[in-house]
Design a protein around this ligand. Structure first.
Ligand code: MOS
Length: 728
C-alpha cells in the first residue's frame, strides 16, 4: 500500500480497539517469567554449550601472543575461539569497532576470545586461565583535550557538516540580548535489563541465532557478512527483548562469537555478554561539548541561533548529532549548526535512545532558560513566541502537524507553573530549596517501509506475522489492536508473532519509528485480507462491514471465519511512503515541567513532581504509550542527576562498568509522574495517523531538571550530571 497523501477516514478511525488503554497482551508471559528471552531458549537446539567472552585488557595496541594451553585443559572445556585465529570479521554499515578477529586491539574489552565449555562456570573459570601478552600503544581518551583542534565532521558525501541559513554572525553581533555558553554531557550507557545474548546453531551451511536484537533484517544482513555466507543462510529469531535503547540496533560480539564457535565446535553455543563487559565491549552514547549562542529581540524573538557540538569516536565513527533539532525547533532567520569529531580510542559511540536530540536538548533547553532569564521573560512564553509551523531553514516545507504551543499551555496550566517563584533561590521550606523548571522536547517521526502477513483461519482467528520487535515497548499489543480494529474482531481473536527473520520485513524498533510504521504495515496487510474476504463472499470491498467478528454484506451476515472455510486466507503487504516526509516535516513535541527540592546544606536533589505533555499524533494505546514516556522521563532523570560513564584517561576505559557504579534511577528517586497526550491525529504520518513517543519522552527532561535546580538554588550548572560537587 502506497501512502502519498493525507490519510482519509479508514477503519482505524472507529477506535473500537485502537486508542483504547489496553494492557499488554504479552504481559502474563512476562509477569510469570515464561516469555522466552534469548539466553533462556532451552527449547531450541539440543546440546547447547556455554561460551564466556574474554575482553581485551588494554585500550589500544596489539596482542603479541595468547597462551590457551591452561584454558584448553581446564575441566569441561570444549575449545577456545581465539581472535588470533580469525581475520577481523567484515562489518555492516552501522558498526565501527571490530567485533572479533585479528591481533589489533581498538578498545578496552574488545572480544578477544570465547571459551566454550559444558557449563557457564567452567567456561568462566577457564577464561581466567588465558594468558595474553599485549603490546600497548598510547591512545587518546580525553575529549576535552582534543576538542579545540577537532575537525568538522564530514557528511555522507565527505563534505564538512556545517549548516548556514541567513547571516548568523551579523545577527548575533547586533542582537540586543544574547547568551553564549558551553554545555557538556557525559558518556552514557544503555544499561538495559537484559544483557546481549545469543544461542547459535548450525544445520549444514545454515545458521539460526536466537538472540536479542532490535532490527532483525539489519542483523541478518550483518551477520551473513560477518560469517561470509549468503543472507538466506541466516535466520534470526528475537521474539522477546529485555530492553535495547539502541544498544541492540546492530549486531554485537555475542552474535558473532556464538555463531563462529558453534560452527567450529559443531555444537550449539550460547553466549551472553557478562554485565561487566557490556559498558566497554558494546556501544555508548558519546560525551558532547556544546557551544550555544542565541541572540534575540527584547520581545524574545530569536534572531540568531548557533549550535556547535563536539564529540568523539573511534576512527571511522560518527559524531553525536546533537545539533539536529536546533535546525528545526524554533523560528529564527539566522542560524548555524556544526559538528566536530575527535578521534578517540574509547569504545564505539553509537545510537542510544533519541541519539542527537537527547544530549542536544539537554544543552539547547538550558540555553533557552538562560535567555529567558536575561530577557526577564517567562520561559514558557519565550518558547511560544518562537514557535514555527514550517521548517525554519526551508520555509516552504510545513510541519505535518505541530502543537508545541498546546503542550506548553496545557502543561503550564496543569502544573500550576504561574504560581512558581520566578526569582531563583527564594522558595525555601525548612532545609529544602524548592525549584520549578521546564523545557520543551522535540524528536522526529521517521517513515520507513514496513511489511506484515495476516492469516485468517476458519475459526475466525487472525494471526499477524512480521519481523517487528518488541523491546518492552508494547509492539505486540498495538499490532494486535491494529489487526483487531481493521478486521472487526475482538482483541482476543488476534495472535501476534514477532521477531523472526523468516517473517515479512518490518521497520523494526529504533528511532521511535517502530509504532507508526509497523502498525501501518499491519494495516496494509489487513486491508488486503479484507479484500480477499469480500471476494470470497462475492461482495465489493466497499459495501462490506467488518464488526464484532462478523461480516455484513447486502443485508446478509457471516462469521468472519466463514470466508476461510475452504482454507486459510493469507494476505501480505507493506506500507510504502511517497514523498510525504519530504514535503512535510514530521516531528513530535513535548513540554516537560519539573519540581525539585534541593537540600540547602548538602545539595542533595530530590525530584518532587514531573509532568510531560506530548503532541505526537494519534496515541494507539494510552497505557503502553504512557509507559514509554514515564520510562523515558526516568531515563532523563538519570541523565540529569546521576548517569555518567567515568573515563579513565590514563588507560582508556569506562571505570564504572556495572550497575552498581553506573547509577540509574531507582523507584525511590522517582516522584509522581504525569503524562498528558494531546488529543490529535497527524494525517500525514500514515493511515494510522499516529507517531512515535518512545524517544520523545526523554527529549528535554534533563534540561527541565537542570532549570528547576537553577530556580531552586540560583546556581546554573552547565555540566551534566548535576552532582553535588557542582553546586558549590
Ligand atoms: Mo533507538 S537509539 O534508535 O533504539
Amino acid at each position: 500500500m502506497k501512502f502519498d497523501s493525507p490519510a482519509k477516514t479508514n477503519p482505524i478511525d472507529r477506535l473500537k480497539v485502537v486508542g483504547k488503554p489496553t494492557p499488554r497482551i504479552d504481559g502474563p508471559l512476562k509477569t510469570t517469567g515464561t516469555a522466552p528471552y534469548a539466553y533462556e531458549r532451552h527449547d531450541v537446539a539440543a546440546g547447547q554449550a556455554y561460551g564466556y567472552v574474554l575482553g581485551a585488557g588494554i585500550a589500544k595496541g596489539r596482542i603479541k601472543s595468547m597462551n590457551l594451553a591452561h584454558a584448553n585443559q581446564a575441566s569441561g572445556v570444549i575449545g577456545v575461539l581465539s581472535t588470533l585465529d580469525h581475520e577481523p570479521v567484515p562489518l555492516g554499515p552501522s558498526n565501527t569497532a571490530n567485533l572479533f578477529g585479528g591481533a589489533e586491539v581498538q578498545h578496552y574489552h574488545q572480544a578477544i576470545a570465547l571459551v566454550v565449555a559444558e557449563t557457564f562456570e567452567q567456561a568462566r573459570a577457564a577464561a581466567h586461565l588465558i594468558l595474553v601478552d599485549y603490546e600497548r600503544e598510547k591512545g587518546h581518551f580525553d575529549l576535552a583535550e582534543l576538542a579545540p583542534a577537532a575537525p568538522l565532521a564530514k557528511d555522507g558525501k565527505g563534505k564538512p557538516k556545517v549548516e548556514n541559513f541567513g547571516d548568523f554572525d551579523s545577527a548575533f553581533a547586533s542582537a540586543p540580548v544574547s547568551i553564549d555558553a558551553v554545555y557538556t554531557t557525559p558518556d552514557e550507557t544503555h544499561a538495559m535489563m537484559e544483557p546481549h545474548a545469543t544461542v547459535a546453531a548450525w544445520d549444514g551451511d545454515n545458521v539460526t541465532v536466537w538472540t536479542s536484537n532490535q532490527m532483525i533484517q539489519w542483523g541478518k544482513r550483518d551477520l551473513a557478512k560477518a560469517l561470509g555466507i549468503p543472507r538466506e543462510n541466516v535466520r534470526l529469531d528475537s521474539p522477546f527483548i529485555g530492553g535495547g535503547f539502541g544498544g541492540k540496533l546492530f549486531i554485537r560480539s555475542d552474535l558473532v562469537v556464538a555463531a563462529l564457535a558453534a560452527r567450529r565446535f559443531h555444537r550449539p553455543v550460547k553466549v551472553t555478554l557478562q554485565r561487566p563487559l557490556i559498558m566497554n565491549n558494546t556501544t555508548h552514547r558519546p560525551a558532547t561539548i556544546q557551544r550555544i549562542q542565541l541572540g534575540a529581540e527584547r520581545d524574545g524573538r530569536l534572531t540568531a541561533i548557533s549550535h556547535e557540538s563536539t564529540s568523539g569516536n573511534l576512527p571511522g565513527g560518527k559524531p553525536e548529532s546533537a545539533v539536529s533539532q536546533t535546525q528545526l525547533f524554533y523560528a529564527g532567520a539566522n542560524r548555524r549548526t556544526a559538528m566536530r569529531l575527535a578521534e578517540l580510542d574509547l569504545p564505539e559511540g553509537n545510537a542510544m535512545r533519541a541519539p542527537g536530540e537527547a544530549p542536544g536538548l539537554m544543552a539547547l533547553e538550558i540555553a533557552m532558560d538562560e535567555l529567558a532569564d536575561k530577557l526577564g521573560m517567562d520561559p514558557v512564553d519565550l518558547r511560544i513566541v518562537n514557535d514555527t509551523q514550517v521548517d525554519p531553514m526551508n520555509p516552504d516545507r510545513p510541519y505535518s502537524y505541530r502543537d508545541l504551543v498546546g503542550c506548553l499551555r496545557r502543561g503550564a496550566e496543569v502544573f500550576g507553573w504561574h504560581e512558581r517563584s520566578a526569582q531563583p533561590g527564594t522558595n525555601r521550606q525548612g532545609r529544602w530549596l524548592i525549584g520549578h523548571g521546564m523545557a520543551a522536547g522535540f524528536r522526529n517521526n521517521i517513515l520507513t517501509k514496513s511489511a506484515a502477513r495476516v492469516r485468517l483461519a476458519a475459526d475466525g482467528r487472525v494471526t499477524v506475522e512480521t519481523d517487528m520487535t518488541d523491546i518492552g515497548t508494547g509492539s505486540y499489543t498495538i499490532i494486535a489492536q491494529t489487526a483487531a480494529e481493521t478486521m472487526g474482531v475482538p482483541l482476543e481473536q488476534v495472535s501476534v508473532e514477532l521477531g523472526d527473520s523468516d517473517f515479512p520485513i518490518s521497520a523494526g524498533s529504533g528511532g521511535q519509528w517502530g509504532a507508526v510504521n509497523s502498525t501501518a504495515g499491519v494495516y496494509a496487510a489487513c486491508v488486503k485480507l479484507r479484500e480477499m474476504v469480500a471476494q470470497k463472499l462475492g461482495a465489493n470491498g466497499e459495501d462490506i462491514v467488518f464488526a464484532d467478528g462478523r461480516v455484513e454484506v447486502d443485508g446478509r451476515s457471516f462469521a468472519l471465519g466463514d470466508a476461510a472455510s475452504g482454507g486459510e486466507l493469507v494476505a501480505e503487504d507493506a506500507i510504502e511512503y511517497g514523498d510525504v516526509d519530504e514535503t512535510h516535516q514530521q516531528s513530535t513535541f513535548a513540554a516537560h515541567f519539573v519540581e525539585v527540592a534541593v537540600d540547602a546544606f548538602t545539595g542533595e536533589t530530590h525530584l518532587k513532581r514531573m509532568l510531560a505533555v506530548c503532541s505526537a499524533g494519534r496515541i494507539l494505546n494510552p497505557v503502553s504509550a504512557r509507559s514509554q514516556v514515564i520510562g523515558a522521563m526516568t531515563m532523563g532523570a538519570g541523565a540529569a542527576l546521576s548517569e555518567e560513564l567515568a573515563v579513565d584517561k590514563r588507560f582508556g576505559f569506562f571505570v564504572n562498568h556495572d550497575l552498581a557504579g553506573y547509577e540509574v534511577p531507582v523507584h525511590a528517586d522517582i516522584p509522581h509522574q504525569e503524562v498528558i497526550f494531546l488529543d490529535e491525529t497527524d494525517p500525514w504520518s500514515s493511515p494510522m495517523k499516529a507517531k512515535g513517543v518512545g524517544e520523545l519522552g526523554l527529549c528535554g527532561v534533563g534540561a527541565a531538571i537542570a532549570n528547576a535546580v537553577y530556580n531552586a538554588t540560583g546556581v546554573r550548572i552547565r555540566d551534566y550530571p548535576l552532582t553535588l560537587d557542582k553546586y558549590l
